[in-house]
Design a binder for this molecule. Sequence first.
Ligand code: THG
Length: 405
Amino acid sequence: IISVTITDQSGRTLTGQTVEACWNSIRHANPLCVGLNCALGADLMRPFLEELSRVADCFVHVYPNAGLPNPLSDTGYDETPDHTGNSVGSFARDGLVNLVGGCCGTTPQHIRAIVDQVSPHSPRTVPQRPPALHLSGLEALNISTDQSEFINIGERTNVTGSPRFKKLIKADDFNAALAIAQSQIDKGAQMIDVNFDEGLLDGEACMTRFLNLIASEPDISRVPVMIDSSKWSVIEAGLKCVQGKSIVNSISLKGGEEEFCEQARVIRRYGAAVIVMAFDEKGQAATRDDKVAIAERSYRILTERVGFDPQDIIFDLNILTVATGMEEHNNYAVDFIEAVREVKKRCPGARTSGGLSNISFAFRGNNPVREAMHAAFLHHAIEAGLDMAIVNPGMLMEYDAIEPD
Ligand code: THG
């Protein structure tokens, strides 16, 4: 049983999460019951209890305090047994709760009044939550299966992808680096990818420090984080810092099934979602068929052996660079798009993502061409079922705005 306290009328936990964001963070623990206790008195808890009752697909409880402490009253608390009993009774009448009780300031008389008031009513029916990828920072980000909204993940908080970010981190200017995270969100990123993979940096220390700094910036930490590293120890360091439900970027079958399962189990225990790259013991998949085969194999292992929720699996089928001058690279974009279409059919519940800017590395320094390539590629990839991508949110052009020339 997990009990959450909402400390003021903003409806946030002490660490700043909304009720739904909090539920998204803890749901993987599969609790018997989740609920609210203390802190506002029963009447003011109602809207937050309604929110929890709507989203939690397990039993829900409430045990309010007898109002706020009042040192001037005889009992130390303002609310009488009748008052608390009536409020909690109304929660039961409205089908919001399965289990009730009393917190600070309640007495045996309060409990008796609560019992009297709830007894005539049936317990809440546990709702079925529509399947979605449920993420959170301080706020919830629910990505439904119907692809109603394409999700942009900010790419610039990455030392390998942004020379400016790398320079600031190397100069130990983490505050200016935070401003890059903020500007990504201001430009429309619904999530940020964070990466410190650079030989001369202590990746674990940087990841820990940066994510802890983000945690004290509510305008940044309201969005979920994508913890990006090719080093497992850096990913685990990141998982230890994030309050919300994040995405690990990434794992793959590169090191074999045993390592893959072990890492997936740890990710599941931390309650994160995961990006799975189309990589296996033989290397990176470049053709449509190899991408699909590796995705299907990974999906089976994750869902059947590890018990991963399909909704928490995101396939990255490798956006590789086209137009490099090498003939064998020319079909890479089509291979990716067609693989997305097939994986969405064969791996029900799973999502797809990719690193968009990779596609145009051959045109570095020519941003008009890069932006046009990104727009054209995304147009077709989204049509094929792509759910999200790691992008530069300040540099997204509409498909119709591409200059024909
Ligand atoms: N899949 C997954 N994760 C990924 C990638 C992927 N993470 C890293 C990368 N690929 C996605 N991120 C970026 C970030 C920046 C760029 C490309 C991919 C980029 N940067 C400009 C450049 O290098 O030309 C920087 C230019 C500048 O700032 O001056 O293109 O595929 N799962």
